[in-house]
Design a protein around this ligand. Sequence first.
Ligand code: SF4
Length: 309
Amino acid sequence: MDTSIEGGERAGAGPVAEGVRADTATAVAPSSLSPSRASDFMQCPLLYRFRVIDKLPEKPSEAATRGTLVHAVLERLFDAPAADRTAPRAKSLIPGQWDRLRESRPEVVELFADDPEGERLARWLAEAERLVERWFSLEDPSRLEPAERELFVETELDTGLRLRGIIDRVDVAPTGEVRIVDYKTGKAPRPEYAEGALFQMKFYALVVWRLKKVVPRRLQLVYLGSGDVVTYDPVLADLERVERKLLVLWDAIRLATETGDWRPRPTKLCGWCDHRAHCPEFGGTPPPYPLPVRAPESGGGPEGRMGAD
Ligand code: SF4
């Protein structure tokens, strides 16, 4: 599993805000959707609530922070002239980018607070080097001139739903064809789970199509953890399908927001959830719901609505 913060987030710690901080005085309903938060809701509605409505803090993880560091290195390498975009050059960027990350996100320092000799930090940095080096076996940055890096995109659908995210890289061919590229520091999923990763890419493709009226020619996932490249060439029908899915998802999120009915959906992914202490599935109690509620309609909660897609 790739636990790095990707899919429209680039922070090194908890999820990007999609509303206003949710204490009882200032909490507001969510107003936009990113691929990560959409995936959260599909995984577990209660997890979405904890992240988006309650904004419960989450500890930085080694994997997520390393993902942020590697992304920064790959992005910055393109500042160099094409001939200088070598693996040694890329690896030489790691210490400086790690310093910058610690300055911008001081909480990541606690990851290695119990490592006075620096041995674990050294292993962690060495793994970051291996991930960066592996990229050169998958792509040749000296032959790439990205049109965009770390591109924030946002669009509004006809229903008013705002979609947003950060695309790692956009390549545009001389013919005008667009390729959307996302780096993953984890391993490629088994084929039966590939659709989850492609969902994020189709989400971005939908946003690009809505913004530019161009269907991206290719979606490309670069898995640095396993050395795999997964591609998908979307057609308009794919993007229309994703849009319909997101609208159904958003209806379910709105219903849960209004009723306060955020159901836990336990899976093996609970092992990575920071919020087990607040989760009824693990004997915990959620914090008081900070938004006004109305009585739920009979006939099933938000999960039942999602099944309509
Ligand atoms: S522990 Fe599992 S069921 Fe509970 S909130 Fe987290 S992901 Fe959902």
